[in-house]
Design a protein around this ligand. Structure first.
Ligand SMILES: [Fe+2]
Ligand SMILES: [Fe+2]
Length: 302
């Protein structure tokens, strides 16, 4: 629906606004998931601001066997669910950051991350549709972040930033990068690239805020971060250890952006050892037994 279709009930609110940064090449990702109201125009403006063109028509999904398509559809629907939940994750984190009087750039990037996650959900939903042929949405839901009202707001904000951004999003960048390297299907490759480039910024947001919080907050902050670390690592490990959708990860499936659970374990273990632990150590945050907990034994347990 365009803004020309405004009905009489909402004249002013839905009047045409200046569509800044108009991009005529922009194409709605999953139009059937939109409201069907003139809000759509503003949504498209937000979504295309940092969009890359996805070659949807170039998908090679039709060359796959039915079982391979089913496996990929189920995986992309799980990804859609995770991306959808991440919208609420950044919304809740933004509340913590506002309560702690975080710097303006941290606030704006956190809120923008939530918008990025809407776009990721749209893309994952469309990918699932490409493989299944069905228009399907993930189940409704929201993620909950640890909330301890009695602790200082700064500690709450930095602990949840660590969980969401430093650990989860940093792991997301490493697994997306490795998955993308296997992917030859042009559509899957473009979608993974678009998501990856946003997740890099989502991770950077956390590391920057952590450094800022340590500078202004001192020792109590370091202790709060250290206490959150095992919990944050466990949270991601739970996702990595989770059962996968039914279906074999064939060579053809791999070229559409899917790795085996065993490969993902190795990536998480490597991420802990080579990225997260050195990063936290550089900021003076004790890492305890993180490297041992997710070392070779854990990595090869599946
Ligand atoms: Fe995402
Ligand atoms: Fe993200």
């Amino acid at each position: 629906m365009s803004s020309d279709d405004d009905d009489d009930e909402t004249p002013d609110l839905f009047d045409e606004v200046d569509a800044q940064g108009r991009d005529d090449g922009y194409e709605p990702t999953s139009p059937w998931w939109l409201s069907g109201t003139p809000l759509e125009a503003e949504h498209h403006r937000l979504m295309r601001r940092r969009s890359v063109a996805i070659p949807w028509a170039a998908s090679t999904a039709s060359q796959l066997q039915p079982a391979e398509r089913a496996r990929l559809a189920a995986t992309w629907m799980r990804r859609a669910q995770a991306e959808y939940l991440a919208v609420s994750t950044f919304s809740v984190l933004a509340i913590d950051l506002v309560a702690a009087m975080a710097p303006a750039d941290v606030l704006s990037l956190c809120l923008r991350a939530g918008i990025d996650e809407v776009r990721h959900a749209e893309m994952a939903i469309r990918m699932a549709e490409l493989y299944s042929g069905e228009q399907q949405l993930p189940p409704p839901g929201m993620s909950y972040l640890p909330d301890e009202p009695k602790r200082p707001k700064l500690h709450q904000a930095l602990a949840n930033t660590m969980l969401v951004s430093c650990v989860s999003e940093t792991y997301a960048t490493t697994v997306l990068s490795a998955t993308r390297d296997l992917t030859t299907d042009p559509t899957a490759h473009a979608v993974l690239t678009a998501i990856y480039s946003d997740e890099v910024m989502h991770a950077r947001l956390g590391w920057s805020y952590l450094r800022h919080a340590i500078e202004i907050g001192g020792d109590g902050v370091v202790e709060a971060a250290a206490a959150m670390l095992p919990r944050a690592l466990r949270g991601v490990a739970n996702v990595v250890e989770r059962e996968r959708p039914v279906g074999e990860v064939t060579e053809a499936v791999r070229t559409h952006g899917l790795m085996t659970p065993a490969e993902e374990r190795v990536i998480f273990s490597t991420c802990v050892r080579e990225v997260l632990v050195p990063g936290f150590t550089a900021l003076g945050i004790p890492v305890g037994t993180s490297v041992e907990d997710y070392g070779d034994t854990w990595a090869h347990a599946a």
